[in-house]
Ligand binder design. Structure first.
Ligand code: PEP
Length: 247
């Protein structure tokens, strides 16, 4: 049975003051019936880990470099994330794919680097509105899945987040049936490539404008094992009811 996961992506938001939201969240969910993960900016990773040490909140990063070390100014390695005490890393978010030109192959190399040090990779994929309108969604998803996910995954060290680009930060979400179609497709493709044991264990998150008002409807969709939440994860008061809808 897959344990549900509520993951928050703070993106490039938050200085030290924002950590009070993490503490509030921990107080509101002392013994959660699902996994809770917060991915703050890299500058807050270590402090976030310290705050979460005595509670049930997990901490993750938002990206890592594919190399273990070297001349890559401004980047952080998977080992550095592990050293900061985090155990997860988001990879291939559409904002990184767009802003930094990350290809599927680049995401795959980063995911391999994450797996090499024992991190769980949360690999993001999703279509643009033009691709959906052209009925190309499943082709795009299939290509991103095969190109971005390394061979060495297990059911435990891989999470896939389906994030339609047009739904991110827009207030628009797909119909439940559209989410279900993609998640069912992802599960089937994972089974073809990795077998039933792995595909049954990998958690599939939906991401894109998840809010307290729509969370229960999204979580009722088959094969949705949780959410990757952007804007609504910044405030404990808004993220908390989303977590509650998953529990
Ligand atoms: C995201 O960027 O991962 C995301 C899901 O953002 P939002 O929830 O703000 O749409």
């Amino acid at each position: 049975m897959r344990r549900k996961l509520a993951a928050g992506n703070w993106k490039m938001n938050g200085t030290g003051q924002a950590l009070s939201e993490l503490a509030d969240l921990a107080r509101a969910h002392p013994d959660p019936a699902c996994d809770i993960l917060i991915c703050p900016p890299a500058t807050l990773l270590h402090r976030a880990v310290q705050i979460s040490a005595d509670n049930a909140i997990n901490v993750g990063a938002q990206d890592c470099h594919a190399e273990a070390s070297g001349a890559h100014t401004g980047d952080i390695s998977a080992e550095m994330i592990l050293d900061a005490g985090a155990r997860h890393v988001i990879l291939g978010h559409s904002e990184r794919r767009q802003d930094h030109g990350e290809s599927d192959a680049a995401v795959c190399a980063k995911a391999q680097a994450a797996l090499n040090v024992g991190l769980t990779a949360i690999i993001c994929l999703g279509e643009t509105l033009a691709q959906r309108d052209a009925s190309a969604t499943l082709d795009i998803i299939a290509g991103q899945l095969s190109g971005s996910v390394p061979d060495a995954v297990t059911g435990e060290n891989l999470v896939i987040a389906y994030e339609p680009i047009w739904a991110i930060g827009s207030g628009r979400i797909p119909e439940p049936a559209q989410i279900g179609e993609v998640h069912g497709f992802l599960r089937a493709r994972l089974k073809e490539r990795f077998g039933a044991d792995i595909s049954d264990a990998v958690r599939l998150l939906y991401g894109g404008s998840v809010k307290p008002e729509n969370a229960a409807e999204i979580f009722a969709v088959p094969d949705v094992d949780g959410a990757l939440v952007g804007g609504a994860s910044l405030k404990a008061a808004e993220f908390s009811p989303i977590i509650a809808a998953l529990e």
